[in-house]
Design a protein around this ligand. Sequence first.
Ligand SMILES: [Zn+2]
Length: 209
Amino acid sequence: MSRAATLPGHPGVAAPARIGPNCLIQTVAALREALGAAAADQWLTSSGHADLVAAAPEAMVPESEFIRLTHDLYAGHGPALAATILARSGTRTGDYLLAHRIPAAARWLLPHLPARLALRILTRAIGAHAWTFAGSGEFRVEWGAAPVFAIAGCPGCRGRRSDFPDCTYYRATFERLLRALIAPGLTVHEESCEATGAPACRFRIDFPS
Ligand SMILES: [Zn+2]
């Protein structure tokens, strides 16, 4: 049994994997920012996402809905705009998590600690909640000179092909969180991506020098 499957509330391997609703809520918000609300809602409706126009999801959602929305964004708006919208969605998701999911004590303490120590502490919490953003994907951390967050089976690009790494939703979410909690000058770069044929999406964390 995988580690994720033992977590309380995990839907298990037989049921469709579910992830937190922010990937949909914040992507709709970012789409409305980019296109204007009327054009965004018109596109969502005509693309089979009318449910997202009617009401924002309030509970965990099937990961397949996020995968379908990202596919439709890339097909409907082209890779450059789709990647920009999804990056903005990731930043908005990070903002939401900082405001509602990260305890105030952690928000105060972590930036005061040495960066790698703070990252180790934060990573424990992120790993324990990995199924809420990785769905059926598998999250792990590689502790090299530059630490890496890796997701195998990443919902950000599942079934999609690209010439370069472009899971901008996850990259931006990680970067927003880590800049706020670890170091403002930190950067997150997706150095390999399943969309290009790599075995996992790997997000390298570079601390400011
Ligand atoms: Zn990727």
